[in-house]
Design a binder for this molecule. Structure first.
Ligand code: FAD
Length: 396
């Protein structure tokens, strides 16, 4: 998917392209409504994460959030699914979090692995093994939404700059300016587009759920912020569509595996909808999803990366981005940063590490946390596209 045309997403398969409105219509009809239900199922709403970690890059700085809603609160939760039931709960008397518009829930625990997902996995694209049990927390994502937290300033800029400076160090000036692509910069461009698209999505979520009046506790849309940070930069919008289609491509490639996986949590009641039936409903549409996502020619992309650079170096660079998530100074931002980077690492692994293998040779094995991250990341990106689509007056 190239950088040139303003209304179309060109693919690596020559002559093929998708218009934005085609992607929007696929998202509205075949992705967004299904994912909205899927992420609410017990299986997909609990994410395993290490939130207390030292930044491997620099000593703690002043990175703080302005508002109390930025922390992920620790609350015992009797609704926690049996299959993940903690063997060690927090001591009695842990703080019950009722601050902010929605209470937040975390259970600190030792998890129990499911037999049908791999118990641990050496994902070559991640820095931290979030599948390990050490220092692990389970977070109810529905109670900790990604939204405005007031986090920003030097701490946040240092992280974004570290990512983008690494990119610009290894790319030509022309590429940084968004001008014509050169094969030499392929590796850098792929990483840049993925992260920039994710950055756009985070900004869209901040703008969509913004604290408009702290005293009155009033939340709502901040269209000025949406315009300033995303809409007035066409490349940032384009990168959002790129990362969306990249992740959608990974999900459709993994469709067979995801359809036959185990989503048992013992809390999958009819009222909440079971993850298995919601997943089946969602993946029924995989042919529609592939209309645009299938244009990504990852085999050619991977071959080009191998021809011009070392895939191991590309993986190391993504691991470095992943390690920067431990430096995010706001707990809720760190939670969503880690989840989305793990989701992206999983998509990279599905799309690129195995690109050249046909489906018979490619034996996919995922940890349940990788599947949870992948689906929740796709949902976040799908929500961002839905949000842009719903607000044509802002887009102009
Ligand atoms: P920033 O968004 O910090 O951007 C910094 C610079 O990066 C810009 O000046 C611009 O040059 C460049 N840039 C901006 N967008 C793009 C793009 N799409 N592509 C390429 N370059 C770009 N804040 C919250 O309120 N809630 C959250 O959940 C949250 N999660 C975060 C997660 C992570 C991993 C990080 C690092 C930060 C998070 N933040 C969150 C902070 C948020 O992203 C911003 O940093 C903050 O709101 C300050 O914004 P800003 O306008 O200064 O520009």
């Amino acid at each position: 998917f190239g950088d040139g045309d303003s209304s179309k997403l060109r693919s690596h398969k020559e002559g093929n392209f998708c218009e934005y409105k085609m992607v929007n219509s696929i998202n509205e009809g075949a992705v967004y409504p299904f994912l909205q239900r899927l992420v609410k199922t017990p299986f997909f709403r609990y994410f395993k994460v290490k939130l207390q970690c030292d930044c491997p890059h620099w000593a703690d700085d002043e990175g703080m959030c302005r508002i109390k809603d930025c922390s992920v609160c620790e609350c015992p939760d009797e609704e926690f699914p049996d299959v993940l039931k903690p063997s060690k709960l927090l001591p009695q008397g842990s703080v019950l979090c009722r601050d902010g518009p929605q209470s937040s829930t975390v259970v600190r625990s030792m998890g129990v692995a499911s037999e049908r997902w791999v118990e641990s996995r050496d994902n070559p694209w991640t820095f931290d093994d979030e599948t390990q049990e050490d220092g692990i927390t389970y977070v109810n994502l529905l109670l900790n939404p990604e939204r405005f937290t007031g986090y920003g300033g030097n701490s946040a800029h240092r992280i974004w700059n570290s990512i983008y400076n690494d990119y610009s160090r290894t790319s030509s000036k022309a590429c940084v300016d968004g001008a014509e692509d050169s094969e030499r910069d392929l590796e850098s461009r792929v990483l840049y587009k993925l992260v920039s698209g994710l950055h756009s999505s985070i900004s869209i979520h901040i703008a969509a759920d913004y604290l408009l009046d702290e005293k009155a506790g009033l939340w709502g849309h901040n269209d000025t912020l949406l315009h300033e940070r995303v809409l007035k930069h066409p490349l940032r919008v384009r990168n959002l569509y790129f990362v969306y289609l990249f992740v959608l491509r990974a999900v459709t490639k993994a469709a067979e595996y995801l359809q036959s996986a185990d989503y048992e949590t013992s809390r999958s009641t009819t009222r909440e909808g079971s993850a298995r039936s919601e997943m089946m409903e969602f993946l029924k549409n995989h042919k529609t999803m592939e209309i645009c996502a299938g244009l990504l020619d990852e085999v050619r992309l991977w071959a080009a990366i191998q021809g011009h650079d070392s895939p191991i170096r590309l993986q190391k660079r993504f691991q470095n981005i992943s390690s920067l998530m431990d430096c995010v100074g706001c707990e809720k931002c760190r939670l969503w940063g880690k989840l989305q980077i793990l989701g992206l690492a999983t998509a990279l692994d599905i799309n690129l590490s195995n690109a050249a293998k046909d489906s018979a040779q490619y034996n996919l094995h995922l940890h349940r946390n990788e599947a949870i991250a992948l689906i929740n990341l796709l949902n976040r990106l799908s929500e961002s596209i839905h949000h842009l689509h719903q607000r044509p007056s802002v887009i102009g």
